[in-house]
Write a protein that binds this ligand. Structure first.
Ligand code: UGA
Length: 435
């Protein structure tokens, strides 16, 4: 089976490499020639555990190729995936479909025999039908179907999510297209992965509804954490007690400084727009977004009050800048909201992150000082703030930190340490939703 993957970002590259591993012959296409030359040389421009190896192995087996030219492989492909970016459009929260439609126009010219064009990017309901119209207009002779095959990959765990998914969703208009897509995913039959076939609109909505629901769980528990603080309850106990009910489930009930990343913030906003435009406003998702913004603001207040009412002139060590561990992605990371506010109010910030510093230097104010060594970051500071729960922050030498700090404040905004133990060690320990 021959596959072209248009877009070699997170989604396109992971999906392309995994389909190649499944046995398809895959060509990853990207208009960014520099990225393509790097990939041809075996260099993966993003950090995703296991991806570089998978790309190298499949490139050397010739299962995976790269090109920056639409004319090269599309005519021979059985399936062409569109996996280009759909950022939030400035101002209105809409997903920006410029790149998706551009890809559709470009690829249309090169179609030869029957081909299935599959949307893998997260796109608003109705996009697959628009792609169909664009291709039919550009190339009235083309023999093709469109399909929607949303991805459910978490950054940092994308390979295992692809190889062992909870489900695969295939939105189609024809049995012929469904058969080709099922054939592509056939290796997953071995592990009995449910493959559900729906119409185009349902598949498109499943993706947004899933992300919005997960974001809802996070905002819900973040809101509950405030109540826990007010009444003296422990949010971990509450989450566990709720989550053991199989109808609720334990996952995605971890408190934090607010969800971030390239997906939840953008997709919740897009869903709100889609719902408004269709005359069925989603008040729940609107509130989820509000609660998330409020959570970030609440973290700033928490830090301020832990510092005795003002961060001005205080030296802070911030551990973790990316929106979550095991990624170098800084998009919509809570750090981008929280740190500039602290700096504006006169704090001095020393920061550490295992993978995110390169991006952080571009996106955060210049006055932040970065350190490679975790312990140097915390030397002589008034307070330590854990913003992202990287594994290396879970087993810190706390005695050493306590001795080398100037102050005693430790703000654990991912609740990775035990309050009692931290206080025994002499820290003024603050976390979320527990005392
Ligand atoms: C998310 C979904 O989990 C994937 O299923 C989906 O495919 C992907 O978006 C996408 O649309 O492409 P991702 O953004 O990589 O994946 O990361 P998550 O692990 O879902 O975390 C998102 C944010 O929620 C992070 O900021 C994380 O710290 C936060 N989070 C997550 C919490 O605060 N609490 C939790 O319990 C879980």
């Amino acid at each position: 089976m021959k596959v072209t993957m248009i877009g070699s970002g997170y989604v396109g590259l992971v999906s392309g490499a995994c389909f190649a591993e499944f046995g398809a012959h895959v060509t990853c296409l990207d208009v960014d020639s520099r990225k393509i030359s790097e990939l041809k040389a075996g260099k993966v421009p993003i950090y995703e555990p296991g991806l570089e190896n998978l790309v190298r192995e499949n490139t050397s087996k010739k299962q995976l190729e790269f090109t920056d030219c639409y004319g090269d492989f599309i005519g021979d492909s059985d399936l062409v995936f569109i996996a280009v970016g759909t950022p939030s459009r400035h101002g209105d929260g809409h997903a920006d479909l410029t790149y998706v439609y551009k890809a559709a126009r470009e690829l249309a010219k090169y179609l030869r025999d029957y081909t299935v064009i599959v949307d893998k990017s997260t796109v608003p309901v109705g996009t697959a039908k628009n792609v169909k119209r664009i291709i039919a207009t550009e190339n009235p002779e083309a023999d093709f179907d469109v399909a929607s095959n949303p991805e459910f990959l978490r950054e940092g765990a994308a390979l295992s999510d692809f190889m062992r998914p909870d489900r695969v969703v295939i939105g189609v208009e024809s049995e012929r297209a469904a058969t080709l897509l099922r054939e592509l995913y056939r290796p997953l039959n071995l592990i009995e992965t449910p493959i559900i076939t729906t119409g185009l609109e349902s598949a498109e909505l499943i993706k947004y509804a899933s992300n919005a629901f997960l974001a809802t769980k996070i905002s819900f528990i973040n809101e509950m954490s405030m109540l826990c603080e007010a009444v003296g309850a422990d949010v971990h106990a509450v989450a566990k007690g709720m989550g053991l009910d199989g109808r609720i489930g334990r996952k995605f009930l971890h408190v934090g400084p607010g969800y971030g990343g390239s997906c939840f913030p953008k997709d919740t906003k897009a869903l709100v727009r889609i719902a408004q435009e269709n005359g069925t406003p989603s008040r729940i998702v609107e509130s989820v977004i509000e609660v998330n913004e409020a959570q970030k603001a609440r973290m700033i207040n928490k830090i301020r009050s832990a510092l005795g009412g003002s961060e001005s002139g205080k030296k802070l060590a911030v551990l973790g800048l990316t929106f979550k561990p095991e990624t170098d992605d800084m998009r919509d990371a809570p750090a981008l909201t929280i740190l500039p506010k602290l700096l504006d109010n006169g704090a001095l910030i020393r920061a550490h992150d295992p993978k995110g510093v390169r991006e952080a230097k571009i996106l955060l104010p210049e006055s932040i000082q970065y350190f490679e060594d975790i312990y140097t970051t915390m030397e002589k500071v008034d307070a330590v703030i854990i913003l992202t729960e990287w594994n290396t922050y879970r087993g810190l030498d706390l005695v050493r930190i306590r001795e080398n700090m100037q102050g005693r404040v430790f703000l654990d905004l991912r609740n990775i340490y035990e309050p009692e133990r931290m206080r025994e060690l002499g820290f003024e320990y603050h976390c979320i939703g527990r005392h």
